[in-house]
Design a protein. Sequence first.
Length: 276
Amino acid sequence: MTNIAICAPATPITRDHAAALERLVADEFPEHSVTFHDQCFASAGHFAGDDLTRLTGLLECANDPAFDAVWFAKGGYGSNRIAEAAVARMNASARSKTYVGFSDCGYLLAALYRAGIGQCAHGSMPVSARSETGREAVRRVLRWFAGDNSGLEPSLDGVTPAAAFNLITLAMLSKTPTMPDLSGHVLMVEEVSEHLYSIDRMFFALAGSLPRLAGLRLGAITAVPENYVEFGQSEEEIAKYWCDRAGIPYLGRAEIGHNADNKVVPFGLAGPAGAA
């Protein structure tokens, strides 16, 4: 039995979102137990409760020895505001857990990875369990929690460490106290709802600050808004341009992103949930 705690470090979910995941787990994954912290349903403006409420919910999930994993309920924006305080207050139980999320929750994954706390992984989140396409992405994570690596990003080789981030999240992390050392890693990036000129601008911001990577892979760039004028380069051409400028090997595409094909990327070396 994998006991999974769910909290919302950024924006809230609804009781209907929780019920959809609970049904999926009960019907298809009896080897798991999911527990939603009440904080998931709190509301304070944009956030799932104020900073202290979100921090407390995360720490109660992470520091509780009864849970094996912490699954972030939803992204949006806000986990950066509590990331440093969270890792500073995590105990020995927190260090043995698996942590899964992506998008805005990349701030927390970065802080955890930098601090050497648990096994972090980029993966889809419980909020997606209500939609038909989203459920398959959620199943992928649940299988991984059970030790099934079939849902891992296919380029992972088990030899070269990897990490995956939403592009704007990574650009904002750069040169902050929560940015992990990604030297020697294959870095995978994806983005949603940004103009192509913004994609270019984010790569510009990162190109001069990233360490010596083993390479970069570009995930899905989805829901790109239409601009008043064509940018003139595709998302892949942008990635290649800045990789060339920065001397980073461009390794092709990755199956990550804000879509149903979003694969699991454990930070470090690929393995089943809980493997260090």
